[in-house]
Design a protein around this ligand. Structure first.
Ligand SMILES: [Zn+2]
Length: 437
């Protein structure tokens, strides 16, 4: 049984990958020799058109909402039933890969195409949402379209704050929306009523190396990491590189070097637990010339984990270590908080169903992992219970044309998501007292 499911899954996996590949080139990219699909650009509009056609072939009705999100709906056994939402993003960073975002939409499409072919209906509708601007690759802001659906747009960013943001060509959000007959203020109308959405499910490439390293096609996400960012400014003393004795130096860069290694050590000591990671991604020295001992250094810390507790424990250890090093070296340290994002835990009930679905399809207990990267799902979690499925990708590479997936893995994802919908339907019928289906 499992084998037969997997075999038919491979066929749909091949079609899904082929579709992502088609969408990786013009006219679905705004560049000839690389993939760049910014929100509301010509490639984006062509992509919406192509996917709309595939949605109709899969028995869905298609519309675009007030935020230009593409929404396909496969009706349930009763009209106007609430919906189980699948989704991910249609936009791509410049020189991006073909599967980040797109694979989640196309995989869901294969799931619905299967139900349509078999005439299978559920007591709820299934909708697939292609979000517009998860990456923020056009405007210096992300997930306006996701926040519109989730009904938290204005709460996060007043219209006045984002309408005038512009892309590299000087086109504002307002002008880009006007070209497709929409307005920044009107985007809020995309908001979904909570009682019209049962759950949100997103399949996405892992963008990390864990599944590949463990030889697994699929992983169940427990939540999206809590992020904390700091900027650290160190002030030592600049001096002549030839004349200042080593014993008298207050070198901000050697202090920073020790700090960077301490941050790495604390990150590593956390093991794999709760997906803890800590990174120094940017470091600058002043005056930054060959013959001067660095007087000032600024660097960043980005720490993430599946829970606030794990993240904050690591962050406290890091800051304590930094203060020690600074004191010992006679360096003045400024610690400036830059960002503090809560984690978005996946819904435990949905997660359990997803784990069962993955186990039924792969024949082994599901690997559960934290998502270190942000996704549309973390915004959608504010509207409805949320679940994510990760698909193995080659070497964990993403935001890069080398992004790659195996059609067989995608086939397993389609089979697992199909199984998930049926498990979800059983669960739903039990809680609803088995009506109408
Ligand atoms: Zn993505």
């Amino acid at each position: 049984m499992v084998k037969a499911m997997t075999e038919s899954g491979t066929v749909t996996g091949e079609r899904a990958v082929a579709r992502c590949d088609v969408l990786g080139k013009p006219p679905f990219s705004d560049e000839n020799d690389l993939l760049f699909r910014p929100w509301l650009g010509p490639g984006f509009i062509a992509t919406v058109e192509a996917i709309s056609n595939w949605m109709r072939q899969a028995g869905m009705t298609v519309r675009q909402d007030a935020a230009a999100n593409l929404i396909g709906r496969y009706e349930g056994s009763t009209p106007d039933a609430p919906a189980l939402l699948f989704g991910s993003h249609l936009d791509s960073v410049r020189d991006g890969g073909r599967y980040d975002g797109m694979l989640g939409v196309i995989t869901a499409l294969e799931v619905v195409a299967g139900f349509h072919e078999r005439g299978e209906r559920f007591p709820f509708a299934i909708e697939i949402v292609g979000f517009g601007d998860e990456e923020g690759s056009r405007f210096p802001i992300t997930m306006l379209t996701t926040r519109s659906i989730a009904g938290v747009l204005e709460e996060d960013d007043p219209v006045a704050a984002f309408a005038e943001l512009h892309d590299v060509d000087g086109i504002t959000v307002e002008q880009a929306l006007a070209r497709v007959g929409l307005t920044p203020r009107g985007m809020a109308a995309a908001k979904r009523r909570k009682d019209s959405v049962l759950a949100y499910v997103e399949a996405h490439i892992e963008q990390g190396p864990v599944l590949e390293a463990e030889g697994r096609a699929l992983g169940v996400v427990s939540g999206i990491a809590a992020q904390r960012r700091f900027e650290i400014r160190l002030h030592g003393m600049a001096g002549h590189a030839g004349t200042m004795a080593m014993s008298l130096r207050r070198d901000a860069l050697t202090a920073a070097s020790e700090m960077v290694l301490a941050i790495e050590r604390i990150g590593v000591a956390g093991g794999d637990r709760d997906g803890l990671v800590a990174t120094v991604g940017s470091l600058r020295t002043w005056p930054g010339v060959t013959n001067v001992v660095p007087g000032d250094v600024t660097f960043t810390i980005d720490a993430r984990a599946g829970t606030i507790a794990t993240r904050d424990r690591a962050m406290n250890d890091i800051l304590a270590a930094l203060k020690d090093i600074a004191e010992r070296r006679g360096i003045e340290i400024e610690i400036i908080p830059r960002e503090d994002l809560d984690p978005s835990p996946c819904d435990p009930r949905l997660m359990a169903l997803m784990e069962t679905a993955v186990q039924d399809v792969t024949g082994e207990p599901a690997r559960v992992l934290v998502s270190g990267a942000g996704h549309d799902a973390m915004i959608m979690a504010r509207l409805a219970p949320m679940s994510m499925l990760f698909i193995r990708c080659e070497k964990g590479i993403s935001h890069n044309p080398a992004e790659a997936v195996l059609p067989a893995d995608v086939g397993e994802a389609v089979t697992a998501l199909t199984r998930f919908v049926r498990l979800f339907a059983d669960d739903y019928s039990q809680t609803q007292g088995r009506h109408s289906a």
